[in-house]
Design a protein around this ligand. Structure first.
Ligand SMILES: Nc1nc2c(c(=O)[nH]1)N[C@H]1C(S)=C(S)[C@@H](COP(=O)(O)O)O[C@H]1N2
Ligand SMILES: [Mo]
Length: 427
């Protein structure tokens, strides 16, 4: 048999010494406060045999206050679940947005409570019984749909990301993935295809654009080409198996997979068909970006391919030895076909393993097993999508845009690992 204290696999596991195991068992009995199934706090003597064993990182005091959960009844069932109180995983709210903690998540679905938020005029309180969606303009038969009407149409479900087009920050070393690009999240959305409603109202052939308008204080409006409406646009009323959260547009939002987040108009109340874009405030004063030669790009709807390593990242304290580099990659143009990782400052690149199934316009998890020997280096990832688009470096992008940020800024993110193992953003 192997010594408990020995390294028993490729990774540096937490060591438990045999001597301390025995010492833990021999400690004296403790008196702790426990909650009964009816919520009453009572004193209970914990027999010495259930005092948890000591490990290298638990002190005698810590060990004594942890009661054996197999010896007292647990909490009774509740109406709605909460994460474990031991987990502190939170969005980072400001007045107008909050960011998804990408570095703390697993897999690719963002728990609804952690989906990023971006509100131009706060979160409205909308009574679902009074909710109405009007579709009018260049149509044969203008109609008003209640929420119940929307739910009577054939439903569809799609897993995809929503990303804010302003999703990039940098400038200091102490920045986590959440702070750098936490304005992207993924949900399983359910609703009705917009094409179904287009057929219902009889969209005219001449109609080439539509206006989407929100019922919040900002009355957010964007012009969208009708082709996106016939393609994969949805009116979503459910998110991750429950009603869309108020923050995400309850009771119904437009969902334009792969396009700038701002086009997925929340609290959607009106769609107007037309033969020209509406040139609203949002798409003239904002949501345009500069390109070389003093030119401006407008109606740049599609989100470009992108990736970020979420582990190790700031604020990871990295240990030497085997490390599973993990991250997510995504593109608004379809599927991610490859993610390349460099562990030597960008000199050479290797293919990361993609977690299947790789979905259309969806966050895709990747991983790469690497042995860190303790030498200073920089690690990074770059995404390649099915159109052949390669995520650019910061230098390439800054040169093409003649700017160091702004909308649609999706550069390769580099993490610097100094000899101390304290991971920071390379700036
Ligand atoms: N009605 C309305 N829709 C809106 C917004 C808004 O302020 N009002 N914000 C937009 C922006 S800028 C983004 S990035 C996404 C954010 O969606 P989320 O808050 O569900 O993450 O919603 C878009 N839809
Ligand atoms: Mo946004």
């Amino acid at each position: 048999m192997k010594e408990e204290g020995s390294e028993h696999n490729l990774f540096t596991a937490r060591k438990i010494s045999r001597r301390k195991w025995l010492l833990g068992g021999a400690a004296t009995a403790a008196v702790v406060m426990v909650q009964t199934s009816l919520g009453k706090m009572v004193q209970a003597a914990v027999p010495e045999s259930i005092v948890p064993p000591l490990t290298d990182s638990t002190s005698v005091k810590e060990a004594l206050i942890v009661a054996d959960p197999t010896k007292v009844p647990g909490r009774t069932p509740s109406v709605s679940g909460m994460p474990s109180p031991y987990e502190k995983v939170e969005r980072l709210p400001t007045l107008t947005s909050s960011r998804t903690p990408l570095q703390d998540l697993y897999g690719t679905i963002t728990p609804s409570a952690l989906h990023f938020e971006r509100h131009h005029g706060g979160i409205p309180d909308i009574d679902p019984a009074k909710y109405e969606l009007v579709i009018h303009g260049m149509v044969d038969k203008p109609l008003v749909f209640s929420l119940a009407d929307l739910k009577r149409f054939p439903s569809v479900t799609k897993t995809c990301f929503i990303e804010c087009s302003g999703n990039y920050r940098s400038g200091k070393e102490e920045m986590s993935p959440q702070e750098i690009c936490g304005l992207t999240s993924q949900s399983e959305w359910t609703g009705v295809m917009l094409s179904t409603l287009f057929r219902e109202v009889g969209v005219r052939d001449k109609a080439s654009w539509f206006l989407a308008e929100g019922g919040d204080a900002s009355v957010m409006t964007r012009s969208i080409p009708v082709s996106k409406g016939w393609d994969d646009a949805m009116i979503a009323y459910a998110q991750n198996g429950e009603a869309v959260r108020p923050e995400q547009g309850y009771p119904a939002r437009l969902l334009l997979p792969g396009w700038e987040g701002n086009t997925s108009v929340k609290w959607l109340r009106r769609i107007e068909l037309s033969d020209a874009p509406f040139m609203t405030r949002e798409e003239t004063s904002k949501y345009t970006e500069s390109v070389k030669g003093g030119m401006i790009r407008q109606f740049s709807f599609v989100m470009d391919a992108r990736s970020i390593i979420t582990f190790p990242s700031f604020p990871t304290q990295l240990e030497r030895g085997w490390v599973e580099i993990r991250g997510i990659a995504w593109t608004g143009r379809g599927k991610i076909i490859r993610v390349e990782v460099s562990v030597d400052d960008g000199r050479s690149w290797v293919n990361a393993e993609l977690q299947g199934p790789v979905l259309d316009k969806a966050h895709t998890a990747f991983r790469y097993l690497w042995k860190w020997e303790g030498k200073e280096t920089e690690i990074m990832s770059r995404a390649i999508d099915e159109t052949g688009y390669v995520q650019p470096s910061y230098q390439e992008l800054a040169a093409a845009r003649e700017s160091k940020g702004g909308y649609h800024f999706n550069p390769v993110v580099r993490w610097r690992i100094p000899r101390s193992g304290k991971v920071v953003l390379s700036t």
